[in-house]
Design a protein around this ligand. Structure first.
Ligand SMILES: [Zn+2]
Length: 302
């Protein structure tokens, strides 16, 4: 991605290297951490990459599904001294991400105005290890996530480092896609979709709730695709960027993950959509580049 001439967003909160405010936490469920460790130890590098990407994007999930007020994932913690493991996002990476955020602001301000709305941009927070959020304690184990209560996107430094190490130069647009997806959740919040989703989900069974969650995630992928069309229109994309995002979208499909992990798929437990669905909705966003065609909730088969 060619970002040289882009402005940096001012909506950045840099908590890199800050001590973790003396907080330590135990995840209430403990489930995802355990699952992560188990899977991680069993997978080859390819599987590990997929898992990291999954956690990067599912981080958005954590923000939506587990970290929101009324939810309990991060609410059990005890006081103790925690030292930070250092700052792993370089200044260069931080500038890259703030430029990506700046371009999402320009795009969504314009697209909201086209529809008669006003866009209030989210804040992007860089942090190390763990940090206080409006949705409880954010931890590097959650990956990037969006908290609707404080309207902030949290990016932890170690996951960024993992991503750029393993993806090498090809990683820049994959990271941009991750940010655009999280911004997509903020767009849903701005439009009232997120609030409606939580109200509706509370009344559903796990299976129905998962199906609704898939639609929410696919819409965030659509919005990320819409932003990609905008930056392409500005001549900022390089050869391979869209493929990179599409591959990332594909790699984090629930079926791909489960196939890697268990050798079989369990459709009822899908919460993010299949690889094909995620690619499809990113591509639809990339084709239309607007809010109007991104209704993943009304279509029969998203
Ligand atoms: Zn998400």
């Amino acid at each position: 991605m060619k970002l040289d001439d882009l402005r940096q967003s001012k909506n950045i909160e840099d908590r890199r290297g800050q001590p973790s405010s003396g907080i330590n936490y135990r995840q209430a469920s403990g489930g995802s951490n355990l699952l992560f460790s188990l899977l991680f130890s069993r997978l080859g590098w390819k599987g590990k990459l997929v898992l990291i990407l999954v956690f990067l994007l599912f981080g958005g999930m954590s923000g939506l599904g587990n970290l929101l007020p009324g939810s309990t994932s991060y609410n059990q913690y005890q006081s103790s001294q925690v030292t930070t493991s250092g700052t792993n996002i370089s200044d260069q990476d931080a500038i890259f991400m703030s430029k990506v955020l700046g371009s999402t602001e320009d795009f969504w301000t314009q697209e909201f105005a086209n529809n008669g709305y006003t866009y209030d941009a989210p804040t992007l927070v860089f942090y190390s290890d763990q940090t206080q959020t409006g949705c409880g304690i954010g931890s590097s184990q959650a990956g990037p996530f969006y908290c609707s209560a404080d309207q902030k996107i949290y990016i932890d430094t170690t996951f960024y480092q993992e991503l750029s190490n393993r993806y090498n130069a090809a990683g820049d647009f994959a990271m941009a896609y991750v940010i655009a997806h999280e911004v997509g959740h903020h767009v849903q919040n701005e439009l009232g979709i997120l609030g409606a989703y939580h109200q509706k989900r509370a009344k559903l069974s796990d299976k129905e709730g998962n199906a609704l969650n898939v639609r929410l995630e696919l819409q965030a992928d659509y919005y990320a695709g819409a932003w990609a069309k905008y930056v392409e229109g500005q001549g900022l994309l390089e050869v391979g960027d869209i493929e990179e995002a599409m591959n990332a979208a594909h790699a984090v499909g629930d079926d791909t993950l489960q196939q890697e992990a268990y050798g079989r798929t369990v459709p009822d437990s899908f919460t993010h959509g299949t690889s094909a669905q995620r690619k499809k909705w990113f591509d639809l966003g990339y084709t239309h580049g607007d809010l109007a065609h991104g209704d993943t909730f009304s279509v029969a088969n998203p």
